[in-house]
Design a protein around this ligand. Structure first.
Ligand code: PXP
Length: 238
């Protein structure tokens, strides 16, 4: 089966926020990405609203025809927003104000009770919950124990590998983690730092059913247009 491609459009909103204006509109980006074959649209509504805004999320909920994946921190505010908006998937990510992008997977040993409560509230409202975690066996087992439906493997270390040997080592960690997750019947997604080159090896892992990719697609879109950038990534996944 061909893996799904979720296109993260946060960067489009980042450009808009550079002028605090109205363009480029991430809603337009979502339409173009879907027309080019994206299987889902991902946005991260941050506490500081530095790119995606509440207005974007509301309109995307009405206009996205594929699946809307909301990346969110485990906070009371975000859980309430997810309950109101009802995205097709809630991906819980760690969030720090000072970071440029999400750094590392969730620490499932910290704040476990609160995290478990957030997951229960979301799944209790029939929302799918995915946890963004590092490719670590203990984290996979904890995600399962916490009642998540899915995990998104953080591919940052694989993507940032400086040599082929290091890349293969990181890929081996990912393969081990994916096998454990599948054994526990967790749906497996992956993302962070994936691009038109490093997607090739990782896309051979059949258990990964979806890749969430943003930076490389929006970067390529500056030169090729978004439709072509999405189509080229879809071709690599098939
Ligand atoms: N998955 C998660 C959980 C993320 O936080 C991000 C970055 O927003 C991505 C995937 C996409 O990463 P990139 O923009 O590097 O493709």
């Amino acid at each position: 089966m061909v893996a799904r491609l979720g296109v993260n459009i946060d960067h489009v909103a980042t450009v808009r926020q550079a002028r605090l204006g109205a363009e480029p509109d991430p809603v337009h980006a979502a339409v173009l990405a879907e027309l080019a074959g994206a299987d889902g649209i991902t946005v991260h509504l941050r506490e500081d609203r530095r790119h995606i805004l509440d207005r974007d999320l509301k309109i995307l909920r009405e206009t996205v025809k594929t699946k809307l994946n909301l990346e969110m921190a485990a906070t009371k505010e975000m859980v309430q927003i997810a309950l109101n908006i009802k995205p097709d998937c809630c991906t819980i990510v760690p969030e720090k104000r000072e970071e440029l992008t999400t750094e590392g997977g969730l620490d499932l040993k910290a704040n476990t009770n609160f995290l478990a409560k957030c997951i229960k509230t979301l799944t209790g409202a029939d929302l799918k919950v995915s946890l963004f975690i590092d490719p670590d066996i203990d984290a996979i087992k904890r995600a399962h124990m916490l009642g998540a439906d899915a995990i998104e493997i953080n591919t940052a270390r694989y993507s940032e590998a400086k040599s082929e040997k290091h890349e293969d080592e990181e890929l081996a960690h990912i393969i081990n983690a994916v096998k454990m997750a599948s054994k526990l019947n967790l749906e497996v997604l992956a993302g962070h730092g994936l691009n038109y080159v490093n997607i090739k090896k990782i896309s051979n892992i059949k258990e990964i059913v979806e890749y969430n990719i943003g930076h490389s697609i929006v970067s390529r879109a500056i030169f090729t247009g978004l439709g072509k950038a999405v189509r080229q990534m879809k071709e690599l996944l098939s």
